[in-house]
Design a protein around this ligand. Structure first.
Ligand code: NAP
Length: 486
């Protein structure tokens, strides 16, 4: 699609926004519920199409579809509950010197949002995924750029959304679907004058390029890009001495889950040399040796995996601990666990880059001081995991403070793969994990990316939005004169 067509798409999105922003939260809740129903109505045909395009197994896609419809319904419930709008009211106070005016504040939608579908979540982070659902919830219109690796799946889901638009009598262009796969199209979408924000999940180079396009606009806009992570895991000494075998089984499964094609894949393990670490390595190697490879998502992903895993080995300091069962097709990766000394890790920045796929690097440190240095050398992360006993946490009391500095989610005695969809989830983190560490891409708080606050000063009550009227017609929680009220 040429850039002139993108201009037309974005103009329609902006026109639809003037109507869609005025729809009530309850009507948008019904709209989101209806989208979920139409996705479910696509039945097995949707799963089969997605599996054919992405190589993901039907069981995984069944779970991901359920996650997607759950997310839509979660945002619908959030709209009906109402406090997401963050209404607050400070009545006029004539007793103050000088007198204080009446001020009322709420969140309003930014405008048309461009969403880039992610290759590794064809449902949950694509056409009707978390970015689209959260933006539509707020009253923003959405233009999705379909990921070229699952265009037909994306088109089926887009058709389900279009049906829901008609059924719920929403503005026709509150959602649009762009299927042309080219960087020029992506750039034109980000730089169009009507675009107000961007949601993206994918590579660092892609996310950074979109961020730079947005910053170069005459009127810059926010880009919420989730760009990857190596998710450091600390295997603490006491834990390792007690549970080396169990840790190895747990982490072999997490590293190879979905052929490692998760942004939360544990790509970096940090531990201090010991007999227990040797036992862990033996158990991890034995578990990995039995893992059967499966086809990766698309040719670009497997090519990038081969190139990046080879580059790590070519540094000359990382050595192979164990590979998985030998691949039998072009699309299957060689599963790899490599090891490096703490000193070499510190001197080799390339080893801190994401290798997207079934790969993990074990850093063998001389002591905890070196381990802490290696951990600190890694840039911003989505997650970091602490595998430790009470004794470990007593011995190293600074761990939690450091973990909070480095990552958006701190996992205790678990694996980082598996991101729960709930109010308290943070799927974000300091740059370069994302372009804005203040926000999350998962959970109800994801709506915050598409909203901005507006204050009304001495506004006549007839002109106030419903959420700010004294009678509180929707019965939502509000902060009134510093007291929470309903
Ligand atoms: P990608 O290459 O980042 O592409 C994602 C989307 O962004 C595509 O629609 C692509 O456009 C667009 N795009 C990328 N670079 C662009 C640019 N410079 N200008 C304009 N648009 C641009 O991601 P991918 O295809 O999913 O996979 C490639 C690599 O990304 C993987 O090997 C992996 O390293 C990484 N990845 C990471 C995660 C994660 O969660 N951390 C997830 C998926 C992938 P086109 O449609 O024109 O190609």
């Amino acid at each position: 699609m040429a850039s002139t067509d993108i201009a037309a798409v974005m103009r329609l999105s902006a026109q639809a926004f003037t109507l869609y922003r005025q729809t009530t939260p309850t009507s948008r809740a019904l709209f989101l519920d209806t989208i979920a129903q139409h996705i479910e109505a696509l039945g097995d045909a949707l799963l089969e199409q997605a599996s054919a395009e992405t190589n993901l197994p039907i069981a995984r896609l069944t779970g991901e579809r359920a996650r997607t419809t759950f997310q839509l319904r979660m945002f619908a419930a959030m709209l009906r509950e109402g406090s997401w709008i963050e209404a607050s009211i400070d009545h006029a106070n004539t007793a103050k010197n000088p007198p204080a005016p009446d001020i009322r504040k709420m969140l309003v939608p930014l405008g048309p949002v461009v969403v880039f579908g992610a290759s590794n979540f064809p449902f949950a982070y694509s056409t009707a995924g978390g970015d689209t659902a959260s933006a539509l919830a707020t009253g923003c219109t959405v233009v999705v750029k379909a990921h070229p690796a699952h265009l037909k799946t994306s088109s089926m889901v887009a058709a389900a959304i279009t049906k829901a638009i008609a059924q719920c009598q929403m503005p026709e262009h509150c959602f649009q679907h762009v299927t042309d796969g080219s960087f020029e199209t992506g750039k034109a979408l980000v730089q169009d004058e009507h675009t107000r924000a961007v949601g993206f999940t994918g590579s660092f180079s892609g996310g950074r390029a979109l961020y730079d396009y947005a910053a170069a606009r005459q009127h810059p806009i926010p880009v919420f890009a989730e760009m990857g992570s190596i998710n450091p895991v600390l295997l603490l000494p006491d834990k390792l001495s007690k549970e080396a075998g169990l840790l190895a089984t747990q982490y072999a499964a997490s590293i190879t889950l979905g052929m490692g094609q998760f942004c939360t894949n544990p790509g970096l393990l940090l531990a201090v040399k010991s007999e227990a670490l040797t036992a862990f390595k033996t158990a991890l190697a034995s578990a990995i040796a039995q893992v059967q490879p499966a086809p990766m998502l698309h040719k670009g992903i497997i090519a990038a995996y081969r190139q990046k895993s080879q580059a790590a080995l070519d540094t000359g300091c990382a050595s192979l601990l164990q590979s998985g069962i030998t691949p039998t097709s072009d699309m299957e990766p060689q599963l790899l666990i490599t090891t490096v000394s703490g000193a070499d890790f510190l001197q080799t920045p390339l080893l801190r880059e994401e290798v997207f796929g079934p790969y993990s690097l074990l850093v063998e440190c001389n002591d905890m001081a070196e381990l802490m240095q290696c951990w600190a050398a890694v840039s911003g992360q989505l997650t970091t995991s602490l595998m430790g006993t009470d004794q470990d946490f007593t011995n190293y009391p600074d761990l939690v403070q450091s973990a909070m500095t480095y990552a958006g989610r701190v996992v205790f005695n678990g694996v980082p793969t598996g991101v729960e969809v709930c109010n308290s989830m943070v799927h974000g983190g300091p740059y370069p994990a994302t372009t804005d560490s203040r926000f999350t891409a998962v959970g109800t708080a994801a709506v915050k990316r598409w909203l901005r606050p507006v204050a009304f000063q001495n506004c006549p009550s007839a002109l106030l939005p419903a959420a700010l009227r004294d009678e509180n017609p929707d019965g939502i929680w509000r902060l009134v004169n510093q007291q929470w009220q309903r």
